[in-house]
Design a protein around this ligand. Structure first.
Ligand SMILES: [Zn+2]
Length: 157
C-alpha cells in the first residue's frame, strides 16, 4: 500500500513514513486539488487529504478524506480504514523527511554527524541517501512505539 498526501496532511505523511509506509507528499502549487489527485493516480498511490471537497469530484483512483485535524485521531482513522499499525521491522526503513529508503551506515560514516552519546550507545545506524540525515533506534523509536501503543489498538485487523 502506497500513499500520497496533499499539504493538508504533512504531519501524517511523516508518521506514515516512520511506520514504514511509502508516502509521497504532493508538492504542487495548490495545497490540494485536481493536480494532486492526478499525481496520486499516476503513481498508483492512495490519495489522502483533509479537503472534503475532493470527495465530490469524479476520480478513478482511491481517495480517503481524513476527518480529524489531530495526528492521534488521523492515525486511528488510518488504522481503521487500512489496518495500518506499528510494524517493528518496518519502522525506520524510510526517511521521515524525503520518503527515501534508508541505507545502513557504519560507525565511521556517522562520526561527527550525531551526538557523541548516541555514537557511544547505539550499535546500528541508517542514513538517508537523499538528505544525508542519520537515523538510529533508541529514543526516537521508543517514543514512536509508546505513541503508537497509546493511539493505535494492536488488535485491529
Ligand atoms: Zn532524507
Amino acid at each position: 500500500m502506497k500513499f500520497m498526501t496533499d499539504r493538508t496532511l504533512g504531519r501524517l505523511a511523516r508518521w506514515l513514513r516512520l511506520l514504514g509506509h511509502d508516502t509521497a507528499m504532493y508538492e504542487g502549487k495548490e495545497k490540494s486539488g485536481r493536480d494532486f489527485l492526478n499525481a496520486a493516480l499516476r503513481e498508483r498511490r492512495i490519495a489522502l487529504s483533509r479537503n472534503r471537497s475532493l470527495a465530490k469530484r469524479q476520480y478513478r483512483g482511491e481517495l480517503k478524506i481524513v476527518r480529524s485535524d489531530r495526528i492521534e485521531e488521523q492515525l486511528r482513522e488510518m488504522a481503521e480504514e487500512f489496518g495500518l499499525g506499528p510494524s517493528a521491522e518496518g519502522m525506520f526503513q524510510i526517511c521521515m523527511v524525503c520518503n527515501e529508503k534508508l541505507l545502513p551506515a557504519d560507525r565511521r560514516e556517522v562520526k561527527g554527524l550525531i551526538p557523541d552519546y548516541v555514537e557511544e550507545t547505539q550499535a546500528s545506524f541508517r542514513k538517508c541517501p537523499c538528505c544525508g540525515r542519520i537515523f538510529w533506534p533508541g529514543t526516537h523509536l521508543q517514543r514512536a512505539e509508546a505513541f503508537m501503543k497509546r493511539h493505535i489498538p494492536k488488535d485491529r485487523p
